[in-house]
Design a protein around this ligand. Structure first.
Ligand SMILES: NC(=O)c1ccc[n+]([C@@H]2O[C@H](COP(=O)([O-])OP(=O)(O)OC[C@H]3O[C@@H](n4cnc5c(N)ncnc54)[C@H](OP(=O)(O)O)[C@@H]3O)[C@@H](O)[C@H]2O)c1
Length: 232
């Protein structure tokens, strides 16, 4: 079974469709209600903390988990847009970004750990972002998003080192999906040429291709959607 957290977002929906089309058993987890065509594969939750995830337990018990994908992430919402300059920083925005982009994903990994196989092959993928690479930062701006994704990458790398000892066939990966036409990128699509903006279905297929190439020895890295390794 492949479990997809954040299944209601643009990339989440596309990943659910992609894996269902491949004939995989999928459990889609979202705060949003099930789409009419996928009622049985869907688990609606009130959030992603341990208490909110409790209803998931009976659906995971006795299942063999072959992979987990989390799409959780935030760039902007009704109150916040990414900061252009130092003067735009607010504590609330920084803390909220860090909570959604870094704390929730690693808490999900912690919560799911008892369900991850210790001997069979399994992947744990969290969608990250190239702008979270510190050495690749050429343009500045987007302080909270960049910093929270950099923190996410560090948390995943640290967990990969620890879990390599107990879960020898597990591969943990952060994947940059590329700029994809979802509500997350909507406000920033104006300056992009059409060939730089991907459909969710196209990005989901590329993410799945990267996942197919993962091996435990590669655990803890950040990957570009084209399969090349990105620097931290
Ligand atoms: N789109 C792009 O161009 C792009 C580029 C680089 C990286 N990414 C990364 O790819 C991932 C998916 O992005 P997307 O474009 O599909 O964005 P999206 O449509 O906004 O989906 C984001 C997902 O994150 C969850 N989420 C958002 N705010 C949350 C909150 N406050 N608390 C808990 N969960 C929350 C939602 O889960 P629910 O299903 O529960 O609503 C949603 O499915 C993100 O991690 C993003 O940083 C996207």
């Amino acid at each position: 079974m492949i479990v997809i957290f954040g299944a209601g977002g643009g990339l989440g929906q596309a990943l659910v469709s992609h894996y269902l089309q491949r004939g995989e058993q999928v459990l889609a987890v979202s705060r949003q209600a099930a789409p009419s065509e996928q009622p049985s594969q869907w688990q609606q939750v009130s959030g992603y903390d341990a208490e909110a995830l409790a209803p998931l337990r009976e659906r995971l018990d006795h299942q063999v988990i072959t992979g987990v994908i989390s799409t959780l992430g935030i760039l902007h919402d009704e109150q916040f847009m990414p900061e252009k300059r130092l003067d735009d920083l607010t504590t609330d925005h920084m803390l909220h970004s860090y909570y959604v982009n870094a704390v929730l994903p690693v808490s999900l990994l912690q919560w799911m750990k008892p369900y991850l196989p210790t001997k069979q092959s399994c992947f744990w993928v969290q969608l990250s972002a190239k702008v979270g690479s510190i050495s690749d930062n050429q343009l500045g701006g987007w302080y909270s998003y960049r910093a929270s994704k950099a923190a996410l990458n560090m948390l995943l790398k640290t967990a990969a080192i620890e879990l390599a000892r107990s879960h020898k066939q597990l591969t943990i990966a952060a994947i940059h999906p590329g700029t994809t036409d979802t509500q997350l990128s909507k406000p920033f699509q104006g300056r992009l040429s059409a060939d730089k903006l991907f459909t969710p279905a196209m990005s989901a297929a590329r993410i799945a291709q990267v996942i197919d190439s993962l091996e435990p020895a590669m655990s803890g890295a950040l990957w570009h959607w084209d399969g090349t390794r990105l620097p931290y």
